[in-house]
Design a protein around this ligand. Sequence first.
Ligand SMILES: [Zn+2]
Ligand SMILES: [Zn+2]
Length: 625
Amino acid sequence: MKVVLPDNSELELPDGATGLDAARAIGPKLAEQAVLVRSNGNIQDLRAPLEEGQEIQILTTRDTHDPDALYVLRHSTAHLLAEAVRRLYPGTKIAIGPPIENGFYYDFEFPEPIGEEALEKIEVEIQRELDEGRSWNREEIAAEEARRRFAEEGEEYKVELVETADGPITLYTQGEFTDLCRGPHLQDSKPIKAVKLTGLAGAYWRGDEHNKQLTRIYGTAFYDQADLDAYLEALEQARARDHRRLGVQLDLFHLSDHAPGMPFWHPKGMVIWNALEDLRRRENLERGYVEVKTPLLYDVATWVTSGHWEKFKDEMFIVPYGERELGLKPMNCPGHMLLFGSDLRSYRDLPLRYAESSTLHRNERAGTLHGLLRVQHVTQDDAHMFVTPEQIEDEIFGCLDFAAYLYDLFGMEARFELSTRPENKLGTDEEWDFTEGALRNALERRGIEHTVNEGDGAFYGPKIDLHMTDVLGRSWQMGTIQLDSQMPARFGLSYMGEDNAEHTPYVIHRALFGSLERFIGILIEHYAGAFPFWLAPVQVRVIPIGEAHRAAAHRLADELDAYRVEVDERNETVGKRIREAEVEKIPVVILYGDKESDEALAVRERGGEQSTRSLSELREYLATL
Ligand SMILES: [Zn+2]
Ligand SMILES: [Zn+2]
């Protein structure tokens, strides 16, 4: 038989040869370092037979950052974890242990609950296995045989998995531990150079809360100790910036089971919210948008017309209304369509740019909610532009310009992705040539580099997705700019053209922040809570040294009333009050005591810089922030 290598050369092998055989045929070194076969995007165990004509790539221990190579390494480490747990805690039942993004987990039913402190002990045991060395043996057996083996061992979860599995049953054995597993796995444990167990959590068997709760142990593994160190460092940084933690520490918002996934905004959080709203409103006005407000609830027929009922129904909250049902809006589009259709429109009215930041609700599965990043109460900086075909390019250009302006303001690097016609597209290829061309031209005219996702557009039109990269190098999908020829037609919208004939307008759906909730969550992490002066909930805090200085401190605060100023006159030590201002990341702190006067104020900047300034110098300084 023949297989095809990445350089397109062919390799001859005996029939039934495996990936490992292929590696051996190329060279002993490759065979020793091989960890996995990748074939057309699928991964395959080295010990599984190859097929005639198959295109293969052999990944090795040198592919230390390749996601598939890491996947197989981590999956094998999960099995080492299970072996260690079974030895340390006899009577533990094993459930499943897959690799996940950045690591792996394994679910166990322990005879007695374990705590975080157990992780270190288990890690030591895994290290002992690594020192001894393990190799993986793969066997295919009949389902009945597998069932019998796991039943004998009392592994009821495995028995259930065998009973519901389809296809051949494969077992992987290392040391004295055998697991029911599809693989793929490493040849042996030598490539596993760094292992860390990262946490403990409860998890229901098969994710179903009616089932027994198991203990999930999370971990990660790398081909290189330095990679693990870098990962843990990044994790530590992310933890320090976690918006859920900072949200409490800075008194910005909280979440509660009284309203799942729907944030309660505290006064300080609202300062940030309103600053973004002001920014949105000011720029919209500047850029020729008009603000509108449309209802929150619509009858089901409207959602059927818009197409949401078909595609989005499960994510909508439905409210009974007499004999009828109303749907709480997950998007603003239908409201804007109805508003446009409420009057006769002429080409002279276009482009018509409706902006609205009203409340949207999306019914997300409970397990997927995550702080402000995934909420059920969504406030988009939404807009819909109704345009003629000739106006598409300029309008897209305007959106891109707006987006670039906003992202720059927050010091985030923006990335743009153009998605083109999908297979299930509506409309002709000529129409798509035209609309895709308009989007591409706008990107080029604005001098924006972009990547292209072929075939990733919506069925009704091409789109541009906006991503931002934060200070930790994490990428976030923010806004989207979507061209749509379908929804206006579904609502029967038209305008009178210059030719005195009726035409259907195109609509551009666009949100640039995305949702305000999510955007603020990202900003909190991006700035680690140290907001730039214009966004900071408290910009200046005045600390009177003693009781005698309180009146002067208040007078100073009044002088600075163009800013958000607070006086901290609590009966706490000066040191404690300064430290708390630091924890709250307040940009400017002014101490007022015997030595201070309007001619000589003691000013502490966030970050530790101290200076003495007169009131007029302070004003000049604040104006530069
Ligand atoms: Zn497995
Ligand atoms: Zn829309």
